[in-house]
Design a binder for this molecule. Structure first.
Ligand code: GCB
Length: 592
């Protein structure tokens, strides 16, 4: 889905602010047609944001089910154009009403959706916008979960991913106008020929009589034009997008009356002899798995936090991150393009593994893939998530790998049956980028059954923490053995470590450098880095996690997951300085 962009033919307004809010305590609002009237007995709620931590009311924080948001707005003048209401994301399911009439439903908490509301409003008149938001996770949602009841008969949500189930209207809500005949999609694929860039484009604009494009360089100067819905353009002496160099061109598309500016970067991505090449040069990933997580806002997008996080990552000389474990806000992807950050873009398929729980161990008492648990319907939802993610993010030069799942079950025949069509779907949706999934510790090379379907090996490993706890000598041996095992089976696939690191309580000091201390984090991370440096096939280190983050409570978590390089308020743990030194050195040696 195209992002909202202003142009001569498109105008947008943002509907963020303080909305009315109401918890549907008995999940009976739909039956009672709450949308038909203005909501009664509401309380204020900020949009965008997760609602959970905004109030200090457990009935809001812990509610399982539906909450309602509402506001009024004035419809703008849109003449012959269409008026579109667009949500960046609503977690996890949304039903949207205008003056009581349903205009959209959407499942999946991390991708955008929109509705044409032209016929339901009148320019200059006020209308009521009501959004019912459901936070429930079930076996047929991505991520999955299930609900049972406690002794008091209340619903209890269970899920298997290690981050708090924040919910709400997480990203901006916009109203925008566009002509009835309009650009609805564009795919841009680039190549490099010497000093020139090759730009292939394909525009979809149903009903358009004439389609023309022009290419603007990063300074905004027109450098090429072409006619037609598809074409190939040569940009001579191009300014290539590269890690650390966010050079962005614009393909300005005109389809009859509509003008849509699509940004892109000219760059190539390729895997060759276990190397990961960007613009033909070996690239080494330095960075982290991250979360959209912050104090009070939960998963609500916030530009202040976004810019700050990138500043912190740059301070540390990181060059990349993974959008663990779901698609991030479009603003983040745009900013990564601009800042020249390299991104592994992940679907929300996390927690599809009944052999592990929040943390890593513990059989969950279910079979992962079965007619009653993750089944064909789950897979269809998962496939849609893959397709929709690729549709949204395909033109971002920052995205270099699609990660179709995090730590799913992959050691059974059922898992191969589940994943083979999904790997295929990702390749169909984007034949130009490498596809991978992120592998869990228990899926060792001897047991794992799906790596041959993918281009890269992405490993989350916790030697020294969940196994060999505190015993770094043993941990190192086991880590080396495992890498050797992968190389034997797949000598030509690059390996990226997408998670490693111990929980570390900021301020916990220890002469004996034991687990949970800041000293132990330094030692364990240093051991991993020493091992990585011995293997040219290891082409990336993304530690877990950029910052501490919120999880469900449990005996493995103290106020959340503490594996951050930084605290939840983004202050450095001791290890951050050490890693900074290493990464600055690497940046100086390898280029960005
Ligand atoms: C993992 C998961 C991540 C967890 C992490 C941990 O392997 O991918 O979501 O937060 O381990 O800290 O246990």
């Amino acid at each position: 889905m195209l992002s909202v962009r202003d142009s001569i033919s498109r105008h947008s307004t943002v509907l963020d602010g303080v909305w009315n809010f109401k918890v549907d305590s008995h999940n009976s609002g739909f039956a009672k047609n709450w949308e038909a009237q203005p909501l009664r007995d509401t309380r204020p709620m900020a949009v965008p944001g997760s609602y959970n931590d905004v109030t200090v009311d457990a009935d809001v924080h812990d509610h399982v089910g539906v909450v309602w948001y509402e506001r009024t707005a004035i419809a703008p003048k849109y003449g012959e154009d269409r008026l579109i209401l667009r949500f960046g994301s609503v977690t996890h399911e949304a039903v949207v009403f205008i003056n009581g009439t349903q205009v959209a439903t959407h499942k999946g908490g991390y991708l955008p959706f929109e509705a044409d509301i032209t016929e339901l409003v009148k320019p200059g008149e006020e209308f009521r916008l009501t959004v019912a938001v459901d936070n429930r996770l079930l076996w047929q949602s991505i991520p999955p979960g299930y609900i049972d009841q406690n002794e008091a008969g209340e619903d209890v949500q269970h899920y298997w991913h290690d981050f708090y189930n924040y919910a709400g209207i997480h990203r901006s809500v916009r109203l925008y106008t566009r002509p009835a005949v309009h650009v609805s999609d564009v795919t841009i694929v680039t190549d490099i020929a010497g000093a020139d860039g090759i730009v292939k484009y394909e525009v979809i604009a149903e009903g358009a009589r004439k389609i023309a494009v022009r290419v603007l360089d990063p300074k905004g100067t027109q450098v090429a034009t072409a006619d037609g819905a598809t074409g190939e353009i040569r940009v001579s002496n191009a300014d290539f997008w590269a890690p650390g160099h966010g050079a962005l061109y614009t393909l300005e598309i005109t389809a009859d009356e509509d003008v849509y500016p699509q940004r892109f970067g000219i760059r190539t991505v390729e895997i060759k002899d276990h190397q990961f090449l960007i613009n033909g040069k070996p690239f080494y990933f330095r960075g982290y798995g991250r979360h959209e997580d912050n104090i009070i806002r939960g998963k609500g997008h916030d530009n202040v936090m976004m810019v700050h996080d990138f500043e912190v990552m740059k301070w540390q000389a990181a060059n990349s991150f993974r959008t663990s474990h779901y698609p991030y806000a479009e603003e983040v992807m745009d900013y990564a393009d601009e800042q020249g950050f390299v991104v592994i873009d992940e679907t929300p398929a996390v927690g599809l593994n009944m052999s592990i729980g929040g943390g890593i161990f513990g059989n969950q008492g279910f079979t992962t893939f079965s007619p009653e648990t993750a089944n064909d319907a789950t897979r269809a939802v998962h496939e849609q998530e893959i397709r929709d993610l690729i549709k949204r993010d395909k033109n971002h030069p920052c995205v270099v790998i699609w990660s179709i799942a995090n730590e799913p079950e992959t050691h059974t025949d059922a898992s191969r049956e589940y994943f083979a069509p999904l790997a295929q779907a990702a390749r169909e949706a984007d034949p130009t980028r490498p596809v991978g999934y992120v592998n869990v510790m228990i899926s060792t090379p001897e047991k794992e059954k799906i790596t041959d379907l993918f281009d890269v090996i992405m490993l989350n490993r916790y030697y020294g923490w969940y196994v060999d706890t505190g015993a770094l000598g043993d941990a190192e041996k086991h880590l080396r053995d495992e890498i050797d095992g992968w190389l034997k089976l797949f000598p030509n696939k690059p390996i990226i470590f997408t998670e490693y690191g111990p929980d570390t309580l900021s301020g916990q000091k220890d002469y004996f450098r034991r687990p949970w201390s800041e000293e132990f984090q330094e030692d364990m991370i240093e051991m991993f880095h020493k091992v990585f440096d011995d293997y040219p096939e290891v082409v990336g280190e993304q530690m877990w996690n950029f910052a501490d983050f919120q999880t469900t409570p449990g005996i493995m978590r103290v106020g959340g997951n503490k594996k951050g390089m930084f605290t939840r308020d983004r202050l450095p743990k001791t290890n951050a300085y050490k890693v900074r030194q290493r990464w600055i050195q690497m940046r100086d040696q390898l280029g960005w």
